[in-house]
Design a protein around this ligand. Structure first.
Ligand code: PGA
Length: 251
């Protein structure tokens, strides 16, 4: 059966020292109170090695927030999937709406990144989600379907390694959460789209996370929905206590 997952996305926050401190705090809270789900922290590239050194991999897994669409070579400033993997990271967030929106990342580029991540043994946390206008004009199911279909040239074996994160863009960092029913409806839709392509077994085993203003107060209701398998957490992952509060939604 599919895994429940709570993943933190630190975005461009924390200095190295602050990041190591936060990772330590999360790790020690989980030593005292073992999680009933998989816990991941996705951290800036500069922090990966140092955070890896302080995490107990039995308790918390490590991820990056992005990787390059290129394998290696003359791409100044880029960080490859192989480099990310070499730090000890197991996961990588790809296609986050901030990458799509501010850095113009689209389907083709994201497929290239996903393939390289998989080739290098990383598990992608692939983000999809509609903007407010698409929620309001009713096109959101088609928009998200198109974003998921961008990966449909992957083999079934490769696709089965992917975690999907549904993050309605209008709910990210806005304090405006999708209702648990809106999340459930979209997650069920995504699972159906996956099932039509890859079959029931792969669809049933695919973890689909919700992201967007998730907090300890709303996580239990959202995660309680049958097709919601956890969360991708931004702001609330920057404090060990609130991140832990969300993890405890699975207790
Ligand atoms: P948020 O961010 O929890 O701060 O809304 C979620 C995300 O962007 O992954």
């Amino acid at each position: 059966m599919r895994k429940n997952i709570v993943a933190g996305n630190w975005k461009m926050n924390t200095t190295l020292e602050e990041g190591v401190e936060l990772a330590n705090a999360v790790n020690s809270l989980l030593e005292d109170h073992k999680a009933n789900c998989e816990v991941i922290v996705c951290v800036p590239f500069t922090h990966l090695t140092s955070v890896h050194a302080v995490l107990n991999p039995e308790l918390v897994k490590l991820g990056a927030e992005d990787c390059s669409a290129h394998d290696k070579g003359a791409y100044t400033g880029e960080v490859s999937a192989a480099m990310v993997k070499s730090t000890g990271a197991e996961y990588v967030i790809l296609g986050h709406s901030e990458r799509r929106q501010y850095f113009g990342e689209g389907n083709e580029l994201l497929l290239a990144k996903t393939k390289l991540a998989l080739e290098n043994g990383l598990k992608p946390i692939f983000c999809v989600g509609e903007v407010l206008e698409q929620r309001e004009d009713g096109s959101y199911n088609d928009v998200v379907k198109g974003q998921v279909e961008a990966l449909f040239s992957l083999s079934a074996e490769d696709f089965s390694k992917i975690v999907i994160a549904y993050e309605p863009v209008w709910a990210i960092g806005t304090g405006k959460t999708a209702t648990a029913d809106q999340a459930q409806d979209m997650h069920a839709h995504i699972r159906k789209v996956v099932e039509e392509k890859y079959g029931k077994e792969i669809a049933d085993n695919c973890s689909i996370l919700y992201g967007g203003s998730c907090k300890p107060a709303n996580a239990p209701e959202i995660f309680g929905k049958p097709d919601v398998d956890g969360g991708l957490i931004g702001g609330a992952a920057l404090k060990a206590d609130s991140f832990m509060g969300i993890i405890e939604a699975f207790d």
